[in-house]
Design a protein around this ligand. Structure first.
Ligand code: BEZ
Length: 400
């Protein structure tokens, strides 16, 4: 697939038109040629292997759960899924997204988890003027300097949960912190968001530790942290990497000595695997499974019944992605190429989510509440509100 991307470019050259216009003309005009009852093809480009596989599976299963709840159709069209394992591999992202569009001819792109992969995917979606909804990856640029009318996110920017965490540590009297994360936008942007609110409130980051994604050789760094004796440790890890980190942290004898904090991705979806090692960890996130609202109660029970697994933030984001698509596509009778009418309906939707109601910013990112949580008795429980209606600054976004 040098390949799919370059074949797209070749076709444009042959057509002799500008990139955006040519992109539209190269696609099968589903709604007019084969009618509005044709199935809507949804490309799920998510990790189904590697450290983020469980995240991809929860997004997928919750999307399908919501689809069943809305009657199995989006915009009056039955849905056919094309699932592609993106392996959380940024170098493969553009070719994978292009394959979904050109070979599988999907009408809508849904993905992904990894920030680097999402950026590649969005570049293709922009070029091909195809609706893309991102159900996790928090790369700031996606709804910042690279924002686009056809790209939406139902999750967060990495800055948001990081920023929401700073005051939590200050309130707990933690003034000196060592941070640790993977060296890619999810890690660096979440730590930057944390540092912004933490240092503004008087905290000091005494050491920042970065590892390549998805490395999990933590031991030497944990020894260094023990010697530094900070008031607390603040991290971003998720999926299998979070499981390993929480276990290693406890195994190194740090759990009882230096309190562990992080954005909520650290504990979501991993609590069963880590058992007692996670007890006491404090995080902030835009979801807690025990949120007391009717949509959440129904969702938690339905997700458990459908999958035999506990609901988490990734499942919520998959569920809400389907809700947002359903509202948008219903308004345009399933025409995924309806453009401005579709996008403005989606942007103006108030999503009635298990996380609580949220709105969508002009840059197409959720404006949402963040909660303080703590692991107690093997579950993340709600301690209170961290920040109300937090909006990402969307620096550099110009929809044109
Ligand atoms: C990211 O790559 O953006 C990401 C991955 C897992 C959890 C949160 C963010």
């Amino acid at each position: 697939m040098t390949t799919l991307i370059s074949s797209l470019s070749r076709r444009r050259l042959l057509l002799g038109t500008a990139a955006g216009a040519a992109a539209i003309s190269t696609f099968t005009p589903t709604r007019f040629a084969i009618g509005q009852t044709a199935k809507l093809k949804v490309g799920l480009m998510l990790p189904y292997s590697g450290t983020y596989a469980s995240l991809g599976n929860n997004i997928t299963d919750a999307f399908k759960l919501r689809l069943a709840e809305v009657g199995g159709k989006l915009g009056g069209r039955e849905v056919e899924f094309v699932q592609l394992d993106d392996e959380s591999a940024p170098p493969k992202a553009k070719d994978n997204a292009a394959r979904l569009l050109t070979k599988d001819k999907v009408d809508v792109l849904v993905g992904t988890v990894h920030s680097g992969v999402a950026m590649g995917m969005a570049a293709v979606a922009r070029e091909e003027n195809t609706l893309m909804v991102c159900p996790n990856a928090g790369a700031g640029a996606l709804t910042g300097k690279n924002c686009s009318p056809n790209v939406f996110r139902t999750s967060f920017t990495n800055w948001q949960p990081g920023y929401a965490c700073g005051p939590m540590l200050i309130k707990d009297g933690k003034k000196t912190v060592v941070t640790m994360t993977w060296n890619y936008p999810a890690g660096t942007e979440q730590i930057d968001g944390f540092k912004q609110s933490f240092t503004a409130a008087g905290g000091t980051v005494i050491k920042e530790i970065l590892l390549d994604f998805p490395k999990v050789e933590f031991q030497a760094y944990l020894t260094e942290i023990a010697a530094l004796k900070p008031d607390a440790v603040f991290v971003f890890f998720s999926g299998d990497g979070a499981v390993k980190f929480i276990k290693d942290y406890a195994g190194a004898g740090l759990k009882a000595k230096i309190p562990l904090y992080g954005t909520g991705f650290l504990t979501d979806g991993v609590l069963q695997a880590v058992g007692n090692d996670a007890e006491g960890i404090k995080t902030a996130l835009h979801y807690v499974p025990d949120l007391d609202n009717a949509v959440n109660k129904k969702f938690v029970a339905a997700f458990k019944a459908a999958t035999k697994r506990e609901a988490d933030v990734f499942a919520v984001q998959g569920y809400d992605t389907c809700t947002l698509l359903s509202v948008g596509l219903d308004a345009v009778k399933g025409d995924a190429k309806a453009g401005r009418t579709l996008y403005s309906t989606m942007q103006n939707t108030i999503v009635d989510s298990p996380r609580g109601r949220f709105t969508i910013s002009a840059a197409h990112n959720p404006i949402q509440d963040f909660y303080v949580r703590q692991v107690k008795g093997g579950k993340d429980v709600l301690l209170g509100l961290a920040v109300k209606a937090l909006a990402d600054p969307a620096t550099g976004c110009n929809m044109g």
